[in-house]
Design a protein around this ligand. Structure first.
Ligand SMILES: [Fe+2]
Length: 304
């Protein structure tokens, strides 16, 4: 497969053609400040037979209800019927993908080494264009990511994607970085999630510590979830905020902080993705982190 360049403005995307360890800190900084880092070919071991196997997993009937997720820490596959043929094979492919990608990211973004928290991986076989989803779940509206069940307490969401589609680009729109657009919109209108009582927070903390399925959210997590929904609901923001189209060609790979770059997936199917949570003390440019920006704008502590 011939390598192709991503199409997008240099203000939003940086293509990596060759790299050395000396640039690792600079790449971390650029990512944290809202750039997409792009590779025209997958920069880690990814066997062609695995790609072909994933593409052969045609969506038939109710077999794939949604995206398939893989949880590396527990080696668990979700989203595919337990009796489904090829389930073990799929799990093996995602396990290898996650391990090889993580090995690469640990080297490429060396300042994060030893601090990255490995989150979920996913296989996205469905065509994104025209998906019939409720508003808050739509991927084709600009949003920043926040996980309802996995609060980060100020940690950042770094995601690495691969377009394994042999023929079609994956097309995104991206907007201005968090530290640019959030102070502007919050300077002119009130965007604030409802306050939970101290008791509700204490209860959630204890319940989550004893293993009950109750997320222990900080004020930061409440803000990010609220902002995720607010952005999708706000037609002014969707229509008028500056945005750029990025086209990720077949076989390419890219990484981005999806909590800091508003993004919308406009079309494409067959992508792989791995998520990492980067804790605040690992960041090289903490001034650009959403938690820092929100504390500056609201004058409230966020992550404690
Ligand atoms: Fe997203």
């Amino acid at each position: 497969m011939a390598a192709m360049a991503a199409v997008g403005p240099s203000s939003a995307i940086i293509e990596v053609k060759a790299y050395s360890g000396e640039q690792a800190r600079w790449y971390c900084d650029q990512l944290e400040r809202g750039k997409v880092i792009f590779f025209s070919e997958v920069p880690f071991e990814f066997p062609d037979e695995d790609r072909k196997f994933l593409l052969s997993q045609k969506q038939t009937g109710s077999r794939f209800h949604k995206n398939i997720s893989y949880r590396p820490a527990k080696d668990i596959l979700k989203g595919m019927a337990s009796g489904a043929e090829d389930r073990e094979h799929l799990q093996r492919v995602l396990r290898t993908f996650s391990a090889e990608l993580t090995r690469f990211v640990t080297k490429f973004l060396a300042p994060y080494s030893g601090k990255l928290k490995l989150d979920f991986a996913s296989f996205r076989p469905l065509e994104e264009q025209g998906r019939d989803l409720p508003l808050h779940k739509r991927n084709d509206l600009l949003h920043v990511d926040a996980f309802p069940t996995r609060p980060t307490h100020g940690g950042r969401i770094l995601r690495v994607f691969v377009n394994i589609n042999p023929a079609a680009d994956r097309v995104w729109n991206v907007g201005e970085p968090f530290h640019d657009f959030v102070p502007r919109i919050m300077g002119s209108q009130k965007i604030e999630p409802p306050q939970r009582s101290g008791f509700a927070r204490a209860f959630a903390r204890v319940a989550s510590r004893v293993g009950l399925p109750v997320p222990d959210r900080s004020r930061y997590d409440e803000y990010m979830l609220y902002l995720h929904d607010w952005l999708k609901e706000n037609s002014d923001f969707q229509q008028k905020s500056p945005k750029f189209e990025l086209n990720f060609p077949p076989g390419s790979c890219w990484m981005v902080y999806t909590d800091g770059v508003p993004h919308a997936v406009m079309s494409g199917r067959y992508a792989l993705e791995q998520t990492f949570i980067v804790p605040p003390d690992a960041l090289v440019s903490p001034d650009a982190a959403p938690v820092h920006v929100l504390e500056g704008v609201t004058h409230q502590p966020m992550a404690s």
